[in-house]
Design a protein around this ligand. Structure first.
Ligand code: GRF
Length: 195
């Protein structure tokens, strides 16, 4: 089996990207072919460089240009994309042109605590403030609206009453790192080789 070429897009620390890279090291199902970031000095690019994965920083004009993004994906024969902490909207023009699945991971049980402005520690802070007893992780397809694409997978995380937002973030991230590669693998196995 020829592995499916995956591109990971991110803006920040890239801990999910790292988990994905580690999980698929030597895999026959998925190859991480490219790591993309809109932040030139983001740690996600550093992590990829360290393990010899091609990286591409996108400046504003490239990021907004669907043709340019499609050319980039074609150059690396990318068949599937995983957003992992990518802080920008993916341009609708690109969404209609890219044929393969585009996944995102969100640190709550969507639709709860999703939408514009709900990212990073803000999500966990709100969960703690509202004294929620459970939250979790959602992996979904990306569409033209923030956090509203079809939900592929959710995992609950129980919230201890004495947790800070930071402690909660840690517990949620642990689940993200476990599940994201596994769901990517599941989707990749269903893709035709020709995509
Ligand atoms: C994760 O919590 C993910 O759910 C959200 O952004 C964060 C990315 O963290 N979309 P990292 O860059 O993978 O460490």
């Amino acid at each position: 089996m020829t592995p499916i070429n995956l591109a990971i897009w991110g803006s920040g620390s890239g801990s999910n990207a790292q988990a994905i890279v580690d999980y698929f090291s030597g895999s026959e199902v998925v190859k991480v072919a490219l790591v993309v970031s809109d932040v030139s000095d983001s740690f996600i690019l550093e992590r990829a460089r360290k393990v010899g994965i091609p990286v591409k920083y996108l400046d504003d004009s490239e990021r907004r240009n669907p043709e340019c993004l499609i050319d980039l994906m074609n150059t690396y024969q990318v068949q599937m994309i995983a957003l992992a902490g990518y802080m920008r909207m993916v341009s609708p023009g690109f969404l209609t042109k890219f044929i393969g699945p585009i996944l995102n991971i969100h640190p709550s049980l969507l639709p709860a605590y999703g939408g514009k402005g709900m990212y990073g520690n803000r999500v966990h802070q709100a969960v703690i403030e509202n004294k929620e007893r459970e939250t979790g992780v959602t992996i979904h397809l990306v569409n033209e609206k923030y956090d509203e694409g079809e939900i592929l997978f959710q995992q609950k995380v129980l919230v201890s009453a004495d947790w800070s937002a930071e402690e909660l973030a840690k517990a949620v991230l642990k689940e993200e790192h476990f599940w994201y590669p596994r769901i990517i693998e599941k989707i990749a196995k269903k893709l035709p080789d020709s995509l």
